[in-house]
Design a protein around this ligand. Sequence first.
Ligand code: ATP
Ligand code: MG
Length: 421
Amino acid sequence: MTNGVKAIRGMNDILPNESYLWEYFEQTVQRWLAVYGYRNIRTPIVEQTDLFVRSIGEVTDIVEKEMYTFVDHLNNDSLTLRPEGTVSCVRAVIEHNLLYAGPQKLYYAGPMFRHERPQKGRYRQFHQVGVEALGYAGPDIDAELIVMCVRLWKLLGISGLRLEISTLGNVESRALHRSRLLKYFEQHRSELDEDGLRRLYTNPLRILDSKNPRMQQVIENAPKLIDDLDAESCNHFESLQRILREQGINFEINLRLVRGLDYYNRTVFEWVTDKLGAQGTVCAGGRYDSLVEQVGGKSIPACGFAMGVERLLALMQECGREIKQPVPDIYIVHQGSEQVMNYAWKCAEFLRDEGLDVILHCGGGSIKSQMKKADVSGALYALIIGDDEFKAQEVSIKPLRELIEQASVKLDSVTEIINSY
Ligand code: ATP
Ligand code: MG
């Protein structure tokens, strides 16, 4: 260990014996997003602190205690490592006037940072893929986002996910609900914990999100938002449900669904599994019709979701989805004069041009020791090149995973021979 320096707690290295799963996941996701016409947006991982504080909400777990905020000592700016991706995406869309060209279907992928207590499925650097549809009032797009998820779960071989949906209503109905909640919780002050008391006057909605078992009863009996809902939001919610039913998608209505960020309104949803213990939410999202305006743009409706890559990969494993680690097609073993080596190099490049994955042995050694390395590499075939092969301008091909005799062949027939085995 170099001077005992280790990675930061809760921030993981992803090593080759695992990173191929990430690559598989990323390739699947890219293809899936293309199918639905979503385009990639890449924003910096650091933003002005103020951007997150204003839009995520001051009285949220993220802003209160999870953000990595620091002062850039060169100019005294307060900066924050992004705890989520939606806000940066909206900032970029406004800054570059993308909505001028019409509604935008976008996605992002990458690391997010939250100072939480690290545990299985909960890290301080974790990864999300986020999908955002800006300029769409829904509920058709709300439904499309959910339908998309169903297709992705199939592609990834994931089963048993539960869809929970709810609606938060519009700004007015939330305000009404807030005042009723405040009144209710004031009457039940003695049942609130420290966090609850602190949030009573700043953001009583957040009390509903408490995981404290001691408070579940008082939360259970609290006034329900559905009773304060405006008619339009009700219609929106019902249309969404109709489309989902029509598309054969099962869902549960969970009126207690509270998202960890303040900017949501109307539709909210989560995909939840029982297979990952306490960290069971793998994907979550909803509508955020006021965010674009709040960040400084025009009033434009939008909806999106983010999924947690670590949790989805863990779930793929729980579901028994096996992805084979990719192996090279060919490992070239070579020994002899410099001419032989040059010939081996030419062969390697030729076969790569043909589309094969080729490892050319580096570092010398006996044919026997090189053959051992060829075996360990997982390659399907060894190509052996020595003086005889060079003179005949051929290569010897030896299948490593099947009992087939070694054969000397012309270089330009290697691909054909491999395909015929
Ligand atoms: P949770 O309730 O688990 O804290 P959240 O509501 O804070 O989740 P979101 O902000 O909605 O999460 O993020 C979307 C998804 O990102 C989550 O459903 C989860 O899969 C993943 N996620 C969030 N925080 C973490 C984390 N610290 N480590 C790993 N994955 C995370
Ligand atoms: Mg959280």
